[in-house]
Design a protein. Structure first.
Length: 192
């Protein structure tokens, strides 16, 4: 296996030991830089977004600034909205479902490093995917760690650190994030 294959297999790999991974990160950095200098209504913006995030639905809104390690390893479903200053560390793949709302300053980290300090010096990392299912609302300043899945319809409160899976249709918040309660019909704006 090459380093890229190891990465997607959830094995320890060297992100700086694979020329293809380095080139993909360099391209993403350049695209982010170009995007973040453009006004939202620039005709160049959709082309650059499509290049950075080729697996995003056409009607996704991504505010600037936006940052991604690769971009090409993120999938973003239709009608999703990503607010300002999002960071998608997508070495382990990030999947954002349909109709999701991602608050400002949200960070999604797929990479993890060795716990032993001597092993950490090697630069090896393991990348675990993040999955955000359909209709999820993530508040501002939320951090999502490697390997986490957030279930359909759930809400993550602002400033939360999500380091474990969150089930569907719940409100969760905190550091570490924990389920507060289920979302019920009582939460509907109109209950006719």
């Amino acid at each position: 296996m090459n380093e890229k294959e190891k990465s997607f297999a959830g094995k320890w790999y060297d992100p700086n030991g694979d020329s293809e991974l380095i080139a993909e990160r360099d391209q993403a950095m350049a695209l982010c830089h170009q995007l973040n200098l453009l006004p939202m209504n620039s005709p160049e913006r959709p082309k650059l977004l499509a290049k950075l995030f080729p697996k995003k639905a056409a009607n996704v809104i991504i505010m600037e600034p936006v940052w991604a390690d690769y971009g090409i390893y993120s999938t973003i479903g239709e009608d999703s909205f990503i607010n300002r200053n999002a960071y998608l560390m997508d070495g382990g793949k990030i999947t954002i479902g349909k109709h999701c709302l991602i608050g400002p300053n949200c960070s999604m980290y797929t990479a993890n490093h060795a716990f032993d300090p001597i092993e950490r010096r090697t630069g090896l990392e393991v990348a675990l995917p993040i999955v955000i299912e359909d209709d999820v609302w993530i508040g501002g300043d939320v951090t999502i760690t490697p390997g986490v899945t957030i279930g359909q319809g759930s809400i993550i409160g602002a400033k939360s650190l999500v380091n474990k899976d969150i089930p569907a249709n719940v409100i969760a918040a905190g550091n570490p994030c924990r389920v507060i309660r289920e979302i019920t019909d009582k939460d509907k704006i109109s209950r006719e």
